[in-house]
Design a protein around this ligand. Sequence first.
Ligand code: FES
Length: 266
Amino acid sequence: MTTTVFTETVYERARVILARYPEGRERSALLPLLHLVQSEEGYVSPAGVAFCAEVLGINKAQVGAVATFYTMYKRRPTGDWLVSVCTNTMCNVLGGQEVYDTLSETLGVGHDETTADGKITLEHAECLAACDYGPVLTVNYDFFDNVTPDSAVEVVEALKAGNPPTPSRAPRLCTLKEMAVQLAGFSDPRERAVGEGVAGAPTLRGVTLAQEHGISVPGFNLDTPIPRKDAGGSPVAPPKTSAPASDRKPAGDNADAQTKNLKDAK
Ligand code: FES
């Protein structure tokens, strides 16, 4: 299988990725390499598998074994907008299945299927680790919290119309290919392409209850920032949070203050 669909720029990025790993342990770079090829074609094609195998000096079966294990690696062409609806336990009891069913009917596609115009791929997802905001859906891994069937339809209608809506806890949406570049470990220099929010009130509810009941854990201080590092291991300033944790607004209200581009791995 030819690998000529990948340009010298992609090979150069592959070399940058490999250089992050100790000599002799380069095969550990397979996960970001799979994101890299997905950033080019929108999925891990047979050519993408061959590319990874060639770069790492392993066989295609080894690459395929990894690529088929993780659901983030798509094995067939995927839309610009990957809409993932959590139908796991917590979201489900809050209406997640109704959200999924409504979107499936609206878009005319089922799980892991793409609309005829190639724009939107729908999937149901296991727990997306945002149960405190359930039911949730993600678009290219950015969250829309507390969705309803109606609000979820508004999201996909906006995507179809070419007006990507703003996620609940991120500055803006990126296309799936753009997101794959970031997941491969490369910065997206565009304004507001990368951002994060602080923990919102639902996430902090347990802590709030503990404070209200005078329960504490020795050595734990909510207002002490956790040390953070960038992709190169250098310290990164913590998000700006002027208010004490107990006074913080939901994350979506603070997202603008949290924008921080990753340091270019080059
Ligand atoms: S069950 Fe939906 S995010 Fe956890």
